[in-house]
Design a protein around this ligand. Structure first.
Ligand code: ZN
Length: 310
């Protein structure tokens, strides 16, 4: 069994409009934009990162905003809900805040004993806020959301699957423990993780597969401390029969990717070197940072990328 995984690292999704996406995460959810860079393979498209003050793994939501991208369709083989943790008692504040900002279809439910507020992002993205007890993580306090209420990072992700069996077995191989079932959902929790330790699997045998587009999660990444641990995790996955990519240098972490049996792309990402590799903590996310191979495109990209106000 794999013992080096520390929880979620980041979740990467697709959007249709960079400014709308930026404003949603910074002005509505109160996260910090920690990096403004571009897609490695499509440098004409932004890669925007949001998280806590320094982009601690387990807090990092990232987006590829492809201008005008058609909306995805929800279904199986995809992440259904990206869930952020807030302190116990904070949901009253968030319900009023989101309602006051014009959000409709807010849902408040209790799942696995935790109160949860569900809502939709600008491209129909499935989000929820959950009151998580004993969360030691410090929030970003540079927004208008008070530190008492602010998002701490990820709580979990809910994966929608035709058959949850093989993905459940994979999560247990990755070190997650079976926490039981409730309403056709099965919960897995990683002991001793970074605070973003839960994956819920939702069994939907009669639902059609999802179609990727704006509002879809592209992949979810799990954290390991360093490249040494990543090599050990990679080897264990390969030995178990998974087709895992070679290590890719993503500037702020090293990444390997593999397809999971339920159709969702998983990544294993290192906590090193981190988002302050090329910017001081004070200035994270302010300047357009370019991957080394694209630095020669700076003038063209600055001219052609959509203007992005803070
Ligand atoms: Zn990733």
């Amino acid at each position: 069994m794999i013992t080096q995984i520390k929880g979620l690292h980041h979740i990467t999704s697709l959007a249709s409009n960079a400014q709308e996406n930026n404003d949603f995460f910074t002005q509505i959810l109160g996260l910090r934009r920690i990096k403004k860079t571009v897609n490695f393979d499509r440098p004409e498209v932004y890669h925007l990162y949001y998280g806590d003050a320094v982009g601690t793994p387990g807090t990092v939501m990232t987006y590829f905003p492809f201008p005008g991208l058609h909306r995805g369709r929800s279904g199986t083989g995809a992440v259904g809900t990206t869930v952020f943790a807030v302190p116990v008692g904070a949901l009253t504040y968030w319900h009023e805040r989101l309602e006051g900002m014009g959000f409709e279809e807010l849902t408040q439910t209790i799942r696995f004993g935790e109160t949860r507020l569900g809502f939709r992002g600008p491209d129909g993205d499935g989000f929820a806020l959950v009151e998580q007890k004993d969360d030691e993580r410090s929030p970003w306090t540079g927004s208008d959301v008070d530190g008492q209420q602010a998002i701490r990072g990820f709580h979990s992700a809910t994966l929608r699957l035709e058959d949850i069996g093989p993905t459940g077995a994979l999560l247990q191989f990755m070190g997650f423990e079976d926490q039981g079932s409730e309403n056709h959902q099965k919960r897995y929790r990683l002991p001793g993780g970074n605070g973003a330790n839960i994956i819920d699997l939702q069994a939907l045998p009669d639902v059609v597969p999802a179609e990727e587009g704006a509002g879809s999660v592209h992949h979810i990444a799990f954290a390991v401390e360093n490249r040494h641990d990543q090599q050990n995790v990679r080897k264990a996955l390969v030995d178990a029969g998974y087709d895992v990519t070679e290590v890719k240098d993503r500037d702020y972490f090293y990444a390997v990717y593999f397809q999971t049996p339920g159709g969702i792309l998983f990544e294993i990402a290192t906590n090193e070197p981190g988002f302050d590799r090329d910017e001081t903590v004070d200035h994270l996310g302010k300047t357009l940072m370019l991957p080394r191979q694209h630095t020669h495109l700076r003038a063209k990209l600055e001219r052609e990328l959509p203007l992005l106000r803070d």
